[in-house]
Design a protein around this ligand. Structure first.
Ligand code: COA
Length: 165
């Protein structure tokens, strides 16, 4: 069984993340979306909320599992019995950070490989923090997020649907 882990912060999951998840689900028998729990970023959503948003947004796919992890990614990937780490590349600016991470992970765990998928052009500009900012300032976030995640962002910022600037 070919298993892969797609790790990230997912604060919140965007349509760009979902695009990577959907495409990965066609390549692998099982994809585990790994939400990093202990990190320097101060997330808007709790881990439980991020799990909930990811579960609902991927409910149309039958080979996706959502889990959270702490500590080293390579340890989590091994615990999952997976062989591959999936990362999305949006633009050339992602490359340096991603290649450094891939090399470090490969040195720590030579049996694991990182597979890069180029983010679909529609989502190449997208990031969770940009979307959070648009949401906080009352902009239309339905074009960036799966419907349930968009509702949850509006809930956080106490903005009603349709009340856009
Ligand atoms: N579509 C939309 N946005 C995307 C995206 C896509 N396809 N791919 C990445 N992004 C955005 C995210 O929304 C996020 O935006 P933000 O910074 O504005 O919130 C940003 O790109 C990067 O986030 P993400 O992909 O979630 O990665 P990360 O940098 O937060 O986390 C981990 C990377 C979790 C894989 C890494 O930190 C890790 O492995 N940590 C565990 C500890 C460890 O093992 N460290 C050693 C690693 S060498």
């Amino acid at each position: 069984m070919k298993k892969a882990v797609y790790p990230g912060t997912f604060d919140p999951v965007t349509l760009g993340h979902l695009d990577i998840i959907e495409r990965s689900s066609k390549i692998f028998d099982q994809v585990i979306v790994g939400i990093l729990a202990n990190q320097s970023k101060t997330p808007l959503f709790t881990v439980a909320e991020r799990i909930d948003m990811l579960q609902r947004s991927t409910s149309h796919l039958d080979n996706i599992e959502i889990a959270s992890f702490e500590g080293l990614l390579v340890d989590f990937v091994k615990q999952c019995d997976a062989q591959v780490i999936i990362r999305g590349l949006r633009a050339i600016t992602d490359f340096e950070y991603e290649i450094q991470m891939a090399h470090t992970n490969r040195i720590m765990a030579p049996d694991l490989d990182t597979l890069f998928l180029t983010t679909s052009l529609n989502y190449a500009y997208l990031s969770s923090s940009t979307v959070r900012e648009v949401g906080m300032l009352g902009g239309n976030i339905d074009i960036f997020l799966p419907p349930y995640a968009a509702d949850k962002v509006r809930e956080k910022y106490k903005i009603a649907k349709g009340e856009y600037l």
